[in-house]
Design a protein around this ligand. Sequence first.
Ligand code: PLP
Length: 370
Amino acid sequence: MNPVELARPEIRSLQPYSSARMEAADGSIWLNANESPWPPFASTADWNRYPDPQPAALVARLSGLYGVGRDELLAGRGSDEGIDLLVRAFCTAGRDAILVSPPTFGMYAVCARVQGAGVVEAPLRRDFSLNVDALLAAMTPAVKLVFVCAPNNPSGAGVPRAAVLRIAAALAGRALLVVDEAYAEFADPDAAGSIAAEIGRHANLVVLRTLSKAWGLAGARVGALLADARVVALLRKLMPPYPLPAPCVDIALRTLTVQGEQATRERIAIVRAERERMADALARIRCVREVLPSQANFLCVRFHDAAAAGAALHRAGVVVRDVRHYPMLGDALRISIGTPDENDRVLDVLRAMPTVEPATDAAACREVRA
Ligand SMILES: *Cc1c(COP(=O)(O)O)cnc(C)c1O
């Protein structure tokens, strides 16, 4: 089945805006887009010109990196833009829905709510593994998009390939499966690896990648959506005319060189080694209840008193993510892997915290109630 048949009818029939840059033929004097004829004051680059809507060099490099065809890739402002485009293209307000497995990345549900789409939940198991049976049982005809975050944020757990493929097959003709691989570079190669190679076999499979994490380019906002070429063509229709700023494309291309890739690989190796060192060290600190296994560049850590741990870190100038509002993580903080020195600082602060015995826990509860 053509996956685009699941999209909103008005988007399928939409006549997209045709920009000057898209209509441009060859020429040497450009007077078609009301641009300034001079480069900006602060640069000699041709940033006075509107950028290519899908910069050819960037699309070529990213499609090579991720192993898909150029027509199977949509470059955009981080993977966040891909999430938003998918929800707007596939979910009719007031009628359709997305499906998520909490605790997971919050943007899926936020984009759905902005669009007026429903959010169906199939929670992770108590061990934070994806519950494929529960997910498939929660499916309704309204669900057009199923989001799976692999590895998952904020738990850090990887998702087995077999589970992803089973979901993709079960959803064929009913919904798209969107696999968010924001942290795929940090996963064990044998445990994970990208699922993007399966797009040719599963027309309803969409993969999100980003340069924000492993490539160190969160500030540039560059990501890619990988999907069946018909899905990519549909999403291009509702994307703004010039999504990618030229300076951002420039820095992305200079990062995606052979040398850049080598440097990135070395940094990923450091992060992975530090992740294992931190997981071991944290698990031996008294105030820590549990360190969840992670395939990403962060650790989700459960504390006897997460508020106190967060406050102690904050007093030392260390900012971590409070994830206590997520289901099953009411006692947890999410700690990104930093440089070895930064990680040592986290350990120093937490080691210096007073022991919290169960009895003290009870006393603290009584205090709160009083
Ligand atoms: C950080 C993150 C992203 C990346 O978003 P960008 O818009 O590419 O910066 C996507 N998904 C998840 C789960 C993330 O944690």
